[in-house]
Design a protein around this ligand. Structure first.
Ligand SMILES: Cc1cc2nc3c(=O)[nH]c(=O)nc-3n(C[C@H](O)[C@H](O)[C@H](O)COP(=O)(O)OP(=O)(O)OC[C@H]3O[C@@H](n4cnc5c(N)ncnc54)[C@H](O)[C@@H]3O)c2cc1C
Length: 325
């Protein structure tokens, strides 16, 4: 097995859950086959993440400090990752498949002459070959892909693995990085945060999602009350995004966000394949639908057949009491 350098993405002052899942997966692969898993974090103050990365078993941690890393700028990120990757001597670099990762994979692969296995749901090294499984056709089929060259860049969908701790003592390497602000071509003038204060859908451990069964303000209120119990973000189907009831940023599915929480509530959602493609990796799915033949019931862990307007008030009350207790 190879040496793998995992990129630890930072959001809201924390390493993203999806990055810890990737780190865990490669640690387990490396443990089985005698490789080593390393981590790199790019941040204005990367030292604060050493404890977390040690807790998840990184054997070597590269810290690259720079103000540019707090600003969604691709060029400094590509430059820093290229430099750390060459310094580490790793055979592969692994990302969680986030929007930021998608932004840099192409440029990084050109600079490193690397094969890219992007947005995969599973990745392994067999007889020295890097092989991955990737959902295609709205997750109806899985394509098997093999990297034809090394090094390899891999990005893994959130929720593909479970993050678990395995504390280790890591070597910490501080990498110097100089950023010439004058030479930068793009300039970030403003970062707009949609739905400020709520949890990012793709990182959330609980998601409450609404579909066309939610017809009015009363329905929206019921959804919000349930979401409040878990401090969960609200997702939506394309139907209710297009009707203007929910913002486009909340759309889950083939043309929206891919989520993989521990608990997903599908409320008044039929379960069209384009929606399912974005949530089927959720660990526990609870569906409420008045149509017993709705396709969503084929995917759910618990199904409640009935009117969401009648079910939600008592369900929310029970859950609130359970969570408080
Ligand atoms: C190329 C393409 C891409 C697409 N991308 C996406 C995507 O990314 N995400 C996405 O979501 N969709 C996407 N769609 C649309 C998708 O095909 C479906 O049309 C959409 O998901 C349906 O949304 P829905 O389940 O809210 O609505 P519907 O299919 O209309 O279902 C509403 C459900 O609510 C139930 N219901 C109604 N009233 C109640 C009540 N009082 N109590 C309980 N249940 C009730 C009904 O029984 C029904 O099952 C895409 C379509 C195409 C063609």
């Amino acid at each position: 097995m190879a040496r793998v350098l995992c990129v630890a993405a930072v959001q809201d002052g924390r390493i993203k859950r999806s990055s810890l899942e990737v780190l865990t997966h490669f640690r387990q692969l490396c443990d089985r086959s005698g490789g080593a898993v390393e981590a790199v974090v790019l941040d204005p103050q990367p030292n604060q993440f050493v404890d977390t990365l040690q807790k998840y078993g990184a054997s070597r941690i590269f810290l690259v400090a720079g103000d540019a890393f707090g600003q969604h700028l691709n060029e400094p990120v590509v430059r820093a990752l290229e430099s750390v990757f060459r310094q580490s001597g790793a055979d592969a670099i692994a990302f969680a498949s986030t929007e930021s990762a998608k932004d840099v994979l192409g440029a990084l692969s050109v600079r490193l002459g690397a094969a890219v296995l992007s947005d995969v749901a599973d990745v392994d090294v067999r007889d020295g070959d890097w092989v991955a499984t990737r959902p295609v056709m709205a997750a109806k089929r899985h394509a098997r892909t093999k990297a034809l060259t090394t090094p390899v860049i891999v990005s893994v969908r959130a929720g593909s693995y479970v993050a678990s701790e395995a504390p280790a003592e890591a070597d910490v390497v501080e990498v110097s990085f100089s950023d010439d602000e004058q030479a930068r071509r793009p300039e970030i003038r403003e970062v707009l945060v949609a739905l400020g204060g709520t949890v990012d859908l793709s990182e959330a451990t609980v998601v409450v999602a609404a579909g066309r069964g939610v017809k009015d303000n009363e329905g929206r209120q019921l959804i919000e009350e349930l979401a409040e119990v878990f401090k969960a973000p609200i997702g939506a189907t394309r139907a209710v995004v297009e009707s203007g009831m929910y913002p486009a940023t909340s759309q889950i599915g083939q043309t929206g966000k891919v989520v993989s929480p521990d608990l997903y509530f599908a409320i008044g959602i039929s379960g069209a394949i384009q929606h399912v493609a974005g949530m089927v990796n959720s660990r526990v799915i609870v569906a409420i639908n008045k149509d017993p033949d709705a396709p969503i019931f084929q995917y759910c862990t618990y199904g409640l057949v009935g009117d969401l307007y009648k079910i939600l008030p008592s369900l929310t009350e029970e859950l609130r009491a359970a969570v408080a207790g």
